[in-house]
Ligand binder design. Structure first.
Ligand code: NAI
Ligand code: MG
Length: 354
């Protein structure tokens, strides 16, 4: 055993990132032996403290440092005294772009012990496939006449054939492995250049996948449908902005943002991929030892899966699901367990066969 070795960069980051990350790392360490691999963690003290000390969220050669690893686990970044665009554009977005992590994968399930705010909804299992490096989040544009009455701001969306094709491929393949039903989020009635292009490329690409049907749904109607009939949706493919909003909406429908994970994937594995919980640094509860570590544990499971350790990934998922089903829940889910107590409950299930 221990023949397969992985080097993973760990950026615990700010606030509760410092609390949920160690919990997830302990679970992976506990599983590694039984599943025949080892992980070398390279802990990086990057984030807001690094910014206060050095004026940057990560060192100038941060990307190069990460490039030699097999993956990145990120806790959360963000602090009340630093503008959010500094924390985001200083760390997360450069990593996503430099490493060509063009898929943002957001699985959404109602976990045991979690109550959906939607009446009567006790089961949900869907995946949002969000385009992660182009689209609406572009650097093309600018501001003119700052502070004057004639001030203006322009921000261009960027959609490329290559970019839309590769995200559509990923989503169609995933849909093929699941129900065959692919929903494409669009707005081609109002956004008349980029969105018809999106529709054409998504549909032409998905047509190559046997057994996959594409349903084109306008983003506003889709938002309503995900509240009214969320189980009618299985795999959603969406642009950067639409996917960002829809995945949080779906995570809300599943009952909690504290348990939701997200993977920033470079599917070709030419660069490391990055795995993170969806939530932020939660300054309101940081330092109290009560944060829910499930989002980070689930992200770590997605990382194991991406590394080819599917057995360990499923073991970890069933360990935290069983801990939750057994009634050990943190405060955000209405329970009384601390981060440590919950982690102990998961660790106990990592020691036994799933
Ligand atoms: P947030 O996700 O940090 O917190 C929202 C609410 O959910 C808070 O009441 C918090 O206590 C609760 N919460 C979040 N995660 C939890 C967990 N694991 N267990 C229990 N409760 C949890 O979002 P917020 O407050 O909007 O942002 C705080 C900071 O985090 C900001 O600086 C923001 O920019 C940053 N942020 C960073 C992200 C990232 O690193 N990817 C993502 C979202 C926000
Ligand atoms: Mg978001």
């Amino acid at each position: 055993t221990g023949t397969r070795q992985y080097t993973i960069d760990v950026i615990a980051g700010d606030g509760i990132g410092q609390e949920v990350m160690p919990a997830a790392l302990r679970c992976v360490d506990a599983l590694a032996d039984a599943h025949g691999f080892t992980v070398r963690w390279r802990e990086r003290d990057w984030g807001s403290d690094h910014y206060r000390a050095h004026g940057r969220m990560m060192p100038a050669d941060g990307i190069e440092q990460l490039a030699s690893g097999d993956g990145v686990l990120l806790g959360a970044v963000g602090a009340p005294d630093i503008p959010d665009d500094v924390t985001l554009w200083g760390l997360l977005i450069p990593i996503r772009r430099e490493f060509h992590q063009y898929v943002n994968l957001r699985p959404i399930r109602i976990l045991p012990g979690v109550t959906s705010p939607l009446r009567g909804l006790d089961e949900l299992d869907l995946v949002v496939v969000r385009e992660n490096i182009e689209g609406e989040y572009s650097e093309v544009g600018g501001r003119l006449y700052r502070g004057r009455p004639e001030e203006m701001a322009v921000q261009e969306s960027v959609f490329t054939r290559a970019g839309v094709t590769r995200i559509a491929r990923y989503a169609a393949e995933l849909a093929q492995q699941r129900s065959g039903r692919l929903v494409s989020a669009t707005k081609s009635n109002g956004i008349i250049h980029t969105m018809p292009f999106w529709d054409e490329v998504v549909e032409a690409t998905a047509a190559e996948y046997q057994g996959v049907t594409v349903e084109r749904v306008l983003i506003d109607a889709l938002a309503a449908r995900m509240v009214l009939k969320p189980r009618s949706v299985d795999v959603v493919v969406a642009s950067n902005l639409f996917g960002d909003i829809l995945s949080d909406l779906a995570a809300g429908a599943a009952g909690s943002i504290g348990v939701a994970p997200s993977a920033n994937l470079n599917p070709e594995k030419t660069h490391p991929s990055m795995f993170e919980p969806v939530h932020g640094s939660a300054p309101d509860i940081a330092g109290q030892g009560i944060a829910n570590p499930v989002g980070t544990m689930w992200a770590a499971a997605m990382m194991l899966d991406h590394l080819g350790e599917g057995g360990a990934a499923r073991h970890l998922e069933s360990a935290f699901e069983q801990a939750m089903a057994g009634g050990t829940l943190t405060g955000d889910l209405g329970g009384t367990a601390s981060t440590e107590e919950f982690t102990q409950a998961v660790l106990a299930r990592c020691a036994t066969a799933p």
